[in-house]
Design a protein around this ligand. Structure first.
Ligand code: C2E
Ligand code: MG
Ligand code: MG
Ligand code: MG
Length: 289
């Protein structure tokens, strides 16, 4: 009887495992069609100056609305796209949509930049520089916006570290054209102070892993304090990701983070809803002088 039970459990396990493989295969096939079926869109998460009152920039985030499975998280479909070699089409879509969505907004002229996430595959492409320029060239204002420093590319620390020599060279070329560069998910990779000091970057984004427990965990507090000190010594701006509470906003402001991003201050929203944030202050900050 016990044997049968065991077998039954294995069957259940095998079935759901098989199911998830099928779902993955299905998603992969569907992802190739997603763009032409109009299932992809961009949302924009506001970024605030320390203190959490002044909206200063936005980060563009890709969304896939699947007809059967609903919202598929980018943490699922971006790696799929990378494995399938179709990430470049998604990056093309993201860059072009960002300009189409944001350039008509009055708000956009008041922001100092829009951040676009790029994949390790995008930067390890031998044509990466030309690709990034052409991605923003379909829009008449694209070239001006790049030159004006209004376009920031977010590259994860891990992606940069995959091929340091290439990254150093490409990032410098991108910067020479006027792109701003942010290192995303900082603290989860293994870059040394030596490498960081040679990278032509503008901004470090502290991974939300270190923000989550900052009120309770002394190690996380120490890590954030150290990243801020190091970044400022190198003249880089520091952004804290994943601020979910008022306490975190206050603590990270005290720790001298330059900018804050997170659900407490603002969730990612479609471009049409961004304008409503303009000039509005966060509810909890309204009574502040
Ligand atoms: P990321 O670039 O580090 O983006 C931040 C992620 O954290 C976003 O998740 C955002 O919605 C989420 N987030 C923001 N504030 C909070 C918070 O207070 N709490 C929590 N728990 N989460 C918060 P999202 O949109 O699901 O994206 C996940 C990741 O997928 C991104 O991480 C990025 O690596 C990747 N991604 C998203 N859009 C694109 C894209 O257009 N291209 C590429 N290559 N990657 C993208
Ligand atoms: Mg990012
Ligand atoms: Mg990040
Ligand atoms: Mg991330």
């Amino acid at each position: 009887e016990a044997k049968e039970q065991g077998r039954g459990q294995r069957c259940v396990y095998r079935e759901s495992y098989g199911e998830s493989i099928n779902k993955r295969a299905q998603l992969t096939a569907d992802l190739r069609q997603a763009q032409q079926r109009g299932e992809l869109s961009m949302v924009y998460q506001p970024q605030f100056a320390a203190g959490g009152q002044r909206l200063v920039s936005v980060e563009a985030l890709l969304r896939w609305s699947h007809p059967l499975h609903g919202q598929v998280p980018p943490d699922v479909f971006i790696p799929l796209a990378e494995q399938q070699g179709i990430i470049r089409a998604l990056t093309d879509f993201a860059c072009q949509r960002v300009l189409d969505d944001l350039t008509p907004l009055k708000l956009f002229s008041t922001l100092d930049h829009v951040s676009v996430n790029v994949s390790a595959h995008d930067i390890n492409d031998s044509n990466a520089l030309a690709s990034f320029i052409s991605r923003f060239s379909h829009n008449a204002q694209g070239a001006e916006l790049i030159a004006a420093g209004k376009i920031q590319l977010e590259i994860t620390e891990t992606a940069v570290m995959q091929n340091i020599d290439h990254s150093l060279q490409l990032l410098q070329q991108l910067k020479d054209k006027g792109f701003r560069i942010a290192i995303d998910d900082f603290g989860t990779g293994y870059s040394s102070l030596g490498i960081l000091s040679r990278l032509p970057v503008d901004e470090l984004k502290i991974d939300r892993l270190f923000v989550r427990d900052i009120e309770r965990n002394q190690n996380d507090l120490l890590i954030v304090r150290t990243i801020v000190a190091m970044a400022h010594a190198l003249d880089l701006r520091v952004v804290a990701e994943g601020t979910e509470t008022k306490n975190q906003v206050d603590l990270l402001t005290e720790l001298n983070c330059d900018r804050l991003q997170g659900y407490y201050l603002g969730r990612p929203v479609p471009a049409a809803q961004l304008e409503a944030l303009h000039g509005t202050r966060h509810p909890d900050s309204q009574s502040d002088p």
